[in-house]
Design a protein around this ligand. Structure first.
Ligand code: C2O
Ligand code: CU
Length: 498
């Protein structure tokens, strides 16, 4: 494959340095694509499905013959998939058996603030206090000497009322200053919301509706994940590469936790729910048979109409739902999903292997959904958010994250226009809202901006206008950069819905 297995050096798409694994590179297209297990409810009432997840340490064989210690939801990476059916509320009880505090955030969900996973709203560990000593002092953390308080906080119910639209959501750790390290260790999973509108469409479903979580990792010689210390107390330590703060990128691409896997497909249409769960890596995804993708959905659900794309720029935390039609292929054909690097070279992500002929009654209708324009009235509140670097910190409007400061007080259900500027490229994410790109440097939104977003990619130096429609849930939420190292180094702020 032209030796394209290893990414090395600076990533041409972002200018961020890729870490070099010390373990041997795993072979390409040998591992079978894992499909995360769908979690079964432990209990159901008239309108609510109850789930239980134990956050625990485990090992996974990601590289052949080596054991990688992971932190996983139910001990797996990715975590189990939660499916939220139409008109159903979901309650997930999380038990923390990890040695550190955790926080669970449903990314893209419309969620009451006490279930949203505010970065200091910890589920405390049961017994071992791990690296508590490096945590900043915070008001809502019980005293270390109070084991009862700790025990009473080790389990937490997260309530997710019926979601406004069918969408590919995901859940992940969100602990203040440590989100990057925790997600890198494996704390991420899919949460798929359905609705009646989508279920009435003839789109591929069942075994042909496949989530793909793409995440890069680097490995130490013993198979453990390689993650440079980004502990805030080490920010100014001599010898710590200041540029590792640009973001952590690995040289092995995992899809659903397996390196460069292969997926056997029928001669049929498939829906792939592509999530970029990487800490910092952006991808320009393409297919090597140059058939392109039919995009049907984005972060916040279906597009109004399908659009054909030759390639897809996907930043951390974004989702693209695409349909790929393998019916024009014959058994034995291989189609490779690639990452087109900005310097003209190509790296691989995974491979589809056409294994069986099959009949297919699915189709992609010309109309998918109603996507009304989010049109802010002329009196809509306008705000400016400057995303910028300050030394080793990443700041918004001149501040690092301060849990006690609200950058914006907004009205529930209102629409605002935020103008966001950046001195680097940043995935801009706002909790508890739907967004639409209004303009980029005064130009119309691009092909990757279509539909309702919750994460908008800011190119370096760009000025992006975004219409944001906040949900009705009141309380304190955050918005932040979804390059997780930037987030951990301060690029996050509160907003309050009144
Ligand atoms: Cu996916 Cu505030 O995060
Ligand atoms: Cu950033």
């Amino acid at each position: 494959n032209g030796g394209g297995s290893a990414l090395s050096g600076k990533d041409p798409n972002s200018g961020i340095q890729t870490l070099t694994s010390q373990a041997p590179m795993p072979p390409q297209f040998k591992a079978t694509l894992p499909i995360p297990q769908q979690l079964k409810p432990t209990r159901q009432t008239g309108d609510t499905d109850y789930y239980e997840i134990v956050q625990s340490a485990a090992t996974a064989e990601i590289l052949p013959g080596l054991k990688t210690p992971i932190w996983g939801y139910n001990g797996t990476f990715p975590g189990p998939t939660i499916v939220q059916n139409p008109n159903r509320n979901v309650v997930v009880t999380h038990h923390n058996n990890l040695p550190v505090p955790t926080v669970v955030h449903l990314h893209g969900g419309a969620v009451p603030h006490d279930s949203d996973g505010y970065p200091t709203d910890f589920v405390l560990p049961a017994a071992s206090y791990g690296d508590f000593s490096t945590m900043p002092a915070m008001g809502d953390m019980p005293a270390m000497s109070d084991p009862d308080a700790v025990t009473s906080r080790q389990t937490r119910d997260y309530s997710y009322p019926e979601q406004p639209r069918a969408a590919t959501l995901w859940y992940h750790d969100h602990r203040m200053d440590f989100t990057g390290a925790s997600v890198y260790r494996g704390l991420a999973g899919f949460h798929i919301a359905h609705d009646a509108e989508e279920q009435a469409l003839p789109l591929p479903q069942g075994a042909r509706d496949v989530p793909l979580m793409i995440a890069d990792r680097a490995f130490a010689a013993d198979g453990s994940f390689l993650y440079p210390a980004l502990d805030p107390t080490m920010r100014s330590t001599p010898g710590v590469d200041k540029d590792s703060g640009n973001g952590v990128m690995g040289d092995v691409i995992l899809v659903n936790g397996a390196p460069w896997p292969v997926f056997q497909v029928d001669t049929a249409r498939y829906r792939f729910r592509i999530l970029n769960a990487s800490n910092a890596r952006t991808y320009q995804l393409a297919l090597d048979d140059s058939s392109g993708f039919v995009q049907i959905g984005t972060d916040q659900g279906l597009l109004a109409a399908p659009q054909t794309l030759d390639s897809i720029a996907i930043s951390p935390a974004q989702r693209f739902d695409v349909v790929i039609d393998f019916s024009k292929h014959k058994v034995g054909d291989q189609i490779t999903l690639t990452n087109q690097l900005g310097d003209g070279s190509t790296a691989v992500v995974m491979r589809f292997q056409v294994a069986r002929t099959a009949t297919d009654t699915s189709s992609v209708p010309a109309t998918l959904s109603k996507v009304e324009a989010i049109t802010p009235g002329s009196s809509a509140q306008a705000r400016t958010m400057k995303f910028h670097r300050a030394g080793t910190d990443w700041e918004i409007n001149g501040r690092i994250f301060d849990p006690s400061y609200s950058e914006a007080d907004v009205r529930g259900g209102s629409t605002e226009v935020w103008t966001v500027t950046s001195d680097f490229h940043h995935p801009f994410h706002v909790h508890n809202c739907a967004m639409q790109v209004v303009s980029r440097d005064g130009q119309a939104p691009g092909p990757y901006d279509q539909g309702f977003k919750d994460t908008v990619f800011l190119n370096k130096g760009e000025k992006v206008q975004i219409a944001i429609r906040f949900s009705d849930y009141k309380g304190r939420y955050v918005f932040h950069c979804h390059n997780l190292e930037h987030e951990d180094m301060g690029m996050m702020a509160n907003f309050t819905i009144n």
